[in-house]
Design a protein around this ligand. Structure first.
Ligand SMILES: [Zn+2]
Length: 302
């Protein structure tokens, strides 16, 4: 899907709406810094066209995390425009070796061919600069932005701030995205809750999620995202009744959804996400994993 337009959030902070929103930070010299690049080569090519049409010259890519839909355009842009790429520590391994994503979703085994698609495995991207995931300024070529730790959705993730705008990546999801998917992907539930809390303390007027519309009401967005997490935790807790296996928990929880997973990709994303909830509830002392006679069952702790 080609990006249609460039939208101004503030004078030097723009974005390209799409399945993944791409941030565009510009300076007076007409240079542009891309925050993520969308899902594939075609998207990268259309971003290039769109920016050039607007008189902007992309000079660098800053990736927020390593999910394929956020860095799939890197390879085309880096190769054709010689753009240097900045990637977060740890996540940079996946940009380099995209095979890691379907592999970890498949429990560390060689993944089924059905998981090796562009949604889960982008083209390998060069990584020129590995940055630490800490709070503070980050110089990216001719730009200086603020980075804010928002890990939780991914192993490491940053939100990127410039002027009045925060490119929050997948630290929160837009209302329409929450309504559609009901259980947004999370790698570590406690981290995602901390990141939501952190968003409330950041000094920006406008917050753009990786998926969905920009908002000026971050308190409302955080409350809706928190509610979705709490509801999912309740569903997972409820699904454990009777000592359920992980597959049973996944099935019981997803049978509540308007659109349960119906492909290998959506199933294994959900499977990993529900494991994250099982880990979280275990760390709270609510559940325990019991391995017995070759079966792993989740039980409620008394
Ligand atoms: Zn993501």
């Amino acid at each position: 899907m080609a990006p249609a337009r460039l939208i101004e959030l503030a004078p030097d902070a723009l974005y390209v709406p799409g399945a993944v929103n791409v941030g565009v930070i510009r300076n007076a010299a007409g240079e542009a810094l891309l925050v993520d690049t969308g899902g594939d080569k075609e998207y990268g090519r259309s971003l290039r066209k769109l920016l050039e049409g607007a008189g902007l010259r992309p000079v660098a890519i800053l990736n927020t995390h390593s999910h394929a839909d956020h860095y799939g355009g890197n390879e085309y842009l880096a190769r054709n425009l010689s753009l240097p790429v900045w990637a977060p520590e740890l996540e940079e391994a996946v940009l380099h070796y995209p095979y890691l994503e379907p592999m970890y979703l498949f429990g560390g085994a060689a993944p089924l061919a059905g998981l090796r698609n562009k949604w889960l495995e982008a083209k390998s991207s060069p990584v020129d600069h590995i940055y630490e995931v800490v709070d503070g300024p980050l110089v990216v070529g001719p730009f200086e932005v603020m980075r804010h730790v928002t890990s939780g959705h991914a192993m490491r993730q940053v939100a990127v701030g410039v002027g009045a705008v925060c490119y929050a990546a997948d630290a929160f999801f837009g209302a329409e995205v929450l309504a559609k998917y009901e259980i947004p992907f999370v790698h570590e539930v406690g981290g995602q809750l901390d990141s939501l809390e952190r968003l409330l303390s950041l000094p920006y007027d406008i917050f753009l999620p990786g998926h969905g519309e920009p908002t000026r009401d971050i308190a409302f967005a955080v409350a809706s995202n928190r509610a979705a997490i709490e509801r999912t935790a309740e569903w997972v807790r409820g699904a454990v009744t009777g000592g359920a296996t992980t597959s049973e928990v996944v099935h019981r929880v997803t049978s509540r959804l308007a659109a349960p997973p119906s492909t290998l990709s959506t199933y294994f994303l959900m499977h990993a996400c529900i494991l994250a909830y099982l880990t979280y509830l275990t760390s709270l002392g609510d559940l325990a994993p019991v391995v017995e006679a070759g079966a792993l069952r989740w039980v409620k702790t008394p």
